[in-house]
Each structure stands twice: as C-alpha cells, then as structure tokens.
Write a protein that binds this ligand. Structure first.
Ligand code: FAD
Ligand code: NAI
Length: 463
C-alpha cells in the first residue's frame, strides 16, 4: 500500500473539487483523483463555463446586429470571427481550470492524476498504485444519454461537447430535446445565424419548470426564430455527405416524416457516470437509473464510501453538487453539513433567462396545497423598459395561511441573478410580505421581485 489519506475524492468536478477543498480547510488529509488532463469536471471543461462563454459572445453579436440601432448606436459591417469566439471560450475554460489547480495547491489537496478504481472498501487504485483511504467520496458526475438510432460522431451528430466546438455555423441545426442544453446551445447557434429546430418528446419545453413560464419561454424563443416540434420523437438518423436525414414520429405514434439537418445536437438528458470504478464488484447499491444510492448523509451501503453530485439523485446542477461536496466534507469532520433541497435554483441562461426555485404551481396543486400567486410583468418595470428588455414576468408562490414563500419562477432579463434574493428569502423562511417590505433600489429589475411579492397580497403598486 502506498500513501494513505483521511479522504480520497474521486472526480474533480464542482462536487469533488469543492469537497476536497472544504475537507482540507477542516484539517482532513485529502487527495482528489481526476482522469481528465485538467481539473473542474464537466462544468468547467465542457459544460457550464464554455457554454456561458459562447452564450455571452453570441449575445454580444445579436445585440450589436439587431438591438443597438434601437438605442441609437449604429454599427455597420458586423461580422463573426467564429475561430476567435471559440478561442476565447478556450481561454475562459483554461483560466478557470488553472484556478482550481491553484486552489488545490493553496489548500494542500493532492491531485492524483489518472483513472480511479475502488478495489476494496478503504482503497483507491490509480495508475497501478493503491492508496489507503479512511473515507472515499464518489463524485464521478454524469454523461450524455445516447439516443438509439442516432449515433453520435461529435461532428454531424453531436452531444453538448461537440456542440460547443462546431467549426462553422450550421445551416440547419436540429436539437433533439428541449431542455437546458438544447435551448442554451440552440440559442447560441441561432444567434450566430443557424436555422434551429427543437424536437421535444413532451408537450412543452423545459418540462421540469413551471408550465406558465415554459409556455411564455416557448413564445419568446419562437419570436427569436427557434422552431419547436413538440410531442415528437426521433426514431432514426441517416448520415450523408450533405447532412443528416432524421426520421420523426408523433410521440404517441403515427405517420413518420423526415427532417434534414446539417448538424444534429442530441440533448435528451444526462445519466450518472460510474463506469470502471468497480462498484458492482464491491457491492455498492445503485438505483434503476444507475445512480449511487445514498442516505441523508451521502453514505452508500458500504461503510466509509460516500457519493455526491450528478452521480446521485437530484437535479444535475453544479451548485447542487458543490453544496453536497461541502456538506459531506463537514459531516466527515464531525460537523452538521446539510443541503436544503427546497431552495436550489435552476437557471436556463438564454436571453431572456429563465430561473426557478422551490415548488411549481403544478407541484403545489398535486399535493393539494393552498397558496397565493403574485405576478409582475417586466413591461411595468422602469429599468426593464430603459434597457429595452421587457419580455417576461416574476411569479411568486406563497402559502395561503402563513404567507411563507414556497417557490418563485422568473422569465426575464437577468432572471438567474434575480432568483438569488428568493433563495435567501426561502433559506430564512421569509414570507412574501418580508420580501415586499424590503427596500429595493430604484430603478432595478429586482423591483419586479418586490412587486410580485406585493402582488401575493393583491397590492402591487406599479400595475
Ligand atoms: P462532473 O462535473 O461531471 O465531474 C466529474 C469528474 O469526475 C469528471 O471530471 C470526470 O473526468 C471525473 N471522473 C469520472 N470517473 C472517474 C474515475 N474513475 N477516476 C477519475 N476521475 C473520474 N450546471 C449548472 O449548474 N449551471 C450551468 O450553467 C450548467 N451548464 C451545463 C452545460 C452543459 C453543456 C452541461 C453538459 C452541463 C451543464 N451543467 C450546468 C451541469 C453541470 O455541469 C453538472 O451538474 C456538474 O458538472 C456536476 O458536477 P459533478 O462534480 O457531480 O460531476
Ligand atoms: P434536460 O433533462 O434538461 O432536457 C432533456 C429534454 O429532452 C427534456 O425536455 C425531455 O423531455 C426531452 N427528451 C427526452 N427524451 C427525448 C427523446 N427521445 N426525443 C425528444 N426529446 C426527448 O437534459 P439536457 O438538456 O440534456 O441537460 C442535461 C442536464 O444538464 C440538465 O438537466 C441540467 O441538469 C444540466 N444543465 C444545466 C444547465 C444550467 O444549469 N443552465 C445548462 C445545461 C445543462
């Protein structure tokens, strides 16, 4: 046996690297194994960060080309340098992953480079060396779900990874799956000039979000030129020199049709990734979707073995993985780490953005809850009008009896930032009145949150 550690974390995504840093802060001797050449996992390398870099760059282009003239700013000859845009995205990723490497050094986290296996409880093998570990945290993340009959080559038929690297703007991009990835990357390439069609199996986009928000989202994306084919499934793909021919069928069955695409993006969800760890061999329980089964303290059925992030149940979001990383490190240090799963925001970083926290109206109805709704449109917000970004609204749901905020759903400019004030309100068990009586700066988009909170009691001031 080589060196031993108090804790070995497997995977250096936002779950794993944050867990390792927090453990080191608490005096735990910790190593983190990562097989990728750089730290940061899916999120920093091929997920959150590169997608947001391209969303920002493409938004600048769209704004310059189509929105600035309205503000009296005239720019002629606007062109895209896609190679530069992609290179910039690479620079942003590089700065971020190096940042994690710096944090590991600063906190004295040992990076064990290579692929980890767990030959036995309390042991982690990396590149032929076996290390002893009092505790092990699995933070191996997730991978794209493949679609039978639609074989990914990352050139003509791509996952998000290839969709972040297209060397030229496709004439027609068909996105399979109207969720987070499909709508964010669909927006990027639409702004850069592609015709975009989103094929979604269910009857609405982002089906996990509040229905009213989803419907408004579909209208706004439609105005931007994104076409949607709802209640439709893709049953096959034929690649040719001049593109891909997809076969589509109504989700409920019926006559097939074909759709031609230059590039197809498969974005029908992600699944836990634990391949090659040797979990079956040591008897770790997995659920029917391949996720590691854990208890309320992230412990698996094997003593000393824990799991967090995309590899376990829950929303596949970087900040959820981070919170779990912190919580499990604190639990291992004898503290009381915990995550409030009722207050995890979800944000789609399109323009306008869509943000959601807590329960949706559909969830409240399903559990028979009595609630009040407060809504405020951005058309009535002075700052949104000054910006020229009046699409969307803020919707707050509060308990009818106690007025406690149960959820909030926002579509509009900077919705992802606005939702943070509701996250804090919910963490403190605030009532809608607490939010409504908080002084909000004027003129700010946040005033729409205050107004929606006032509207819960039927007393919005500016509408
Ligand atoms: P990961 O980030 O997947 O990290 C797991 C790491 O473990 C990987 O680096 C992998 O190489 C490593 N690993 C796996 N097995 C082994 C092994 N045996 N040995 C060694 N290393 C191993 N979430 C958001 O919150 N906001 C966003 O804006 C956002 N945008 C996204 C955009 C895209 C295109 C994608 C694909 C995802 C996005 N996500 C976003 C989701 C987010 O990336 C994930 O929820 C998050 O990365 C999960 O973190 P994790 O630590 O659980 O796993
Ligand atoms: P998703 O779960 O968000 O959306 C997948 C969509 O595909 C759903 O609407 C689903 O109904 C549909 N679908 C499933 N099977 C289908 C089929 N056969 N044909 C047509 N449609 C089908 O998954 P996505 O977009 O792949 O992203 C994976 C995860 O990554 C997200 O759930 C999210 O957790 C995370 N992510 C988060 C982002 C953010 O926070 N901004 C951005 C990108 C990804």
């Amino acid at each position: 046996m080589s060196e031993s550690f108090d804790l070995i974390v497997i995977g250096a995504g936002p779950g794993g690297y944050v867990c390792a840093i927090r453990a080191a802060q608490l005096g735990i001797k910790v190593a983190c194994v990562e097989k990728r050449a750089t730290l940061g996992g899916t999120c920093l390398n091929v997920g959150c960060i590169p997608s947001k870099a391209l969303l920002h760059s493409s938004e600048h282009y769209e704004e310059t080309k189509h929105k600035l003239a309205d503000h009296g700013v005239l720019v002629e000859g606007v062109k895209i340098d896609l190679a530069r845009m992609l290179a910039r995205k690479g620079e942003v990723v590089s700065a971020n992953v190096k940042g994690v490497e710096f944090l590991f050094k600063k906190n004295k986290v040992t990076w064990l480079k290579g692929e980890a296996t767990i030959p036995a409880p309390g042991q982690v093998a990396v590149e032929g060396t076996t290390y002893a570990a009092k505790n092990i945290v699995i933070a191996t993340g997730s991978e794209s779900i493949p679609l039978p009959g639609v074989e990914v080559d990352e050139k003509q038929i791509v996952t998000s990874t290839g969709g972040l690297e297209l060397e030229k703007v496709p004439g027609h991009l068909v996105v399979i799956g109207g969720g987070y990835i499909g709508l964010e990357l669909g927006s990027v390439w639409r702004r850069l000039g592609a015709e975009v069609t989103v094929v979604e199996f269910l009857d609405r986009l982002v089906p996990t979000m509040d229905t009213e928000v989803g419907k408004q989202f579909e209208r706004v994306l439609g105005k931007q030129g994104i076409k949607t084919k709802l209640k439709t499934k893709v049953t096959g793909a034929k690649k040719g020199k001049d593109g891909v021919t997809l076969t589509l069928e109504p989700a409920a069955g019926g006559a097939a049709e074909t759709l031609k695409a230059d590039v197809v993006l498969v974005a029908i969800g992600r699944r836990a990734y634990t391949a090659g760890l040797g979990l079956k061999e040591i008897g770790v329980a997995l659920d029917d979707r391949g996720r590691v089964v854990t208890d309320g303290h992230y412990a698996t059925n094997i003593p000393g073995l824990y799991a967090i992030g995309d590899a376990i149940v829950g929303p596949m979001l970087a900040h959820k993985a981070e919170e779990e990383g912190v919580a499990v490190a604190e639990i291992l240090a004898g503290q009381h780490g915990h995550v409030n799963y009722n207050a995890i925001p979800g944000v789609v970083y399109t323009w306008p953005e869509v943000a959601s926290i807590g329960e949706t109206e559909e969830q409240l109805k399903a559990r028979g809850a009595s609630y009040n709704v407060g809504k405020f449109p951005f058309t009535a917000n002075a700052r949104a009008r000054a910006m020229g970004d009046t699409d969307g609204f803020v919707k707050i749901l509060a308990d009818k009896t106690t007025d406690r905020v149960l959820g909030a759903h926002i579509i509009g400019a900077d919705a992802g930032t606005l939702i943070a004030e509701i996250a804090i309100a919910m963490e403190f068990g605030a009532s809608a009145e607490d939010v409504a009586r908080t002084c909000h700066a004027h003129p700010s988009l946040n005033e729409s949150v205050k107004e929606a909170a006032l509207a819960v009691a039927g007393r919005a001031l500016h509408i």
